[in-house]
Design a binder for this molecule. Structure first.
Ligand code: ZN
Length: 287
């Protein structure tokens, strides 16, 4: 438990007024990029030869020093990044994670089998959930994410991350990604370099589904596709066309469900990609 060791070291350091700044991590510039809020994805650069632990998890650090930390939808207000430098000195950077208000969506009058699937369907849904979880379990050592994430398609945001859906009065799990409405056939491009981790042509909820591995536990998922243009194991570059928009699976109109996860923790794609660039002409078509 490096955190406890560091806390004890800092306690004595504070007693003797010895280098308290190091205990707060104030001397090290981790060059953080990203949002310190619930659902946020942050990348950083560690000094050569250092090791990092974030909330007890040993972080992978690339040869160039790149690393990832991220905060789930219900992340606590504070988190600790413990570090040990090449010279053996240790410290902790205390991070403050801003909380967010997520909208609640109540939808009533849905067909009962859409809300509570029968036993056979439940078995299929569970099996597909396990496939998706397995595809996103990796921890590839290449830092494909270092150049950030761009939008895989431009269009109207028709569903936001974290919203709580209550269908016919039944509370479902929060929305795990961002929905972007666009006409069927619109190309979807890779938001960052990566490797195709899963290509599935018929999932109950997500229809034609694609998963990309961006390294260090970061994955993106693309759902409701009309066609997938890349095979499992293929390497893609940021901006490469990978699929086209559709409405397969449980979708009422063509849109992309885009998700980002870090070791299975769903993050906010909108937060990772930043403001969507303006489209010309403006997309006004309703979903
Ligand atoms: Zn969605």
């Amino acid at each position: 438990m490096p955190g406890i060791r560091v806390a004890i070291a800092c306690f004595f350091a504070a007693l003797f007024l010895y280098s308290p700044a190091l205990c707060a991590g104030g001397k090290i510039d981790f060059n953080f990029k990203g949002a310190f809020h619930q659902g946020g994805l942050v990348t950083g650069k560690a000094p050569a030869g250092s090791t990092l632990h974030f909330e007890g998890r040993a972080l992978r650090i690339s040869r160039a020093g790149a690393f990832v930390i991220a905060f789930g939808r219900n992340a606590k207000a504070d988190a600790d990044l413990a570090y040990r430098l090449a010279d053996g000195s240790e410290g902790v950077r205390h991070l403050t994670i801003a909380s967010r208000d997520f909208p609640t969506e109540k939808i009533n009058g849905l067909a009962a089998d859409k809300v509570t699937p029968d036993a056979a369907r439940m078995a299929r849904i569970r099996a597909e959930g396990a496939l998706l979880a397995k595809a996103r379990r990796g921890d590839h050592d290449e830092a494909f994410f270092v150049n950030g994430f761009s939008w895989p398609v431009l269009g109207r945001i028709s569903g936001v991350y974290g919203s709580q859906r209550i269908l016919n009065g039944v509370r479902r799990s929060p929305h795990s990604g961002t929905d972007i409405a666009a006409p069927r056939g619109t190309p979807v491009t890779a938001p960052a370099d990566g490797i195709v981790a899963l290509r599935h042509l018929d999932m109950f909820f997500t229809g034609q589904t694609l998963v990309l591995d961006h390294g260090h536990g970061l994955f993106t998922v693309y759902a409701h596709l009309d066609r997938i243009d890349v095979g499992e194991g293929a390497r893609v570059k940021k901006g490469d066309p990978i699929a086209i928009i559709g409405a397969t699976g449980r979708a009422t109109a063509p849109h992309l469900h885009w998700g980002i996860s870090w070791f299975g923790i769903a993050l906010d794609p909108q937060s990772a990609a930043g403001a969507m660039p303006a489209t010309t002409p403006p997309i006004t078509k309703a979903r």
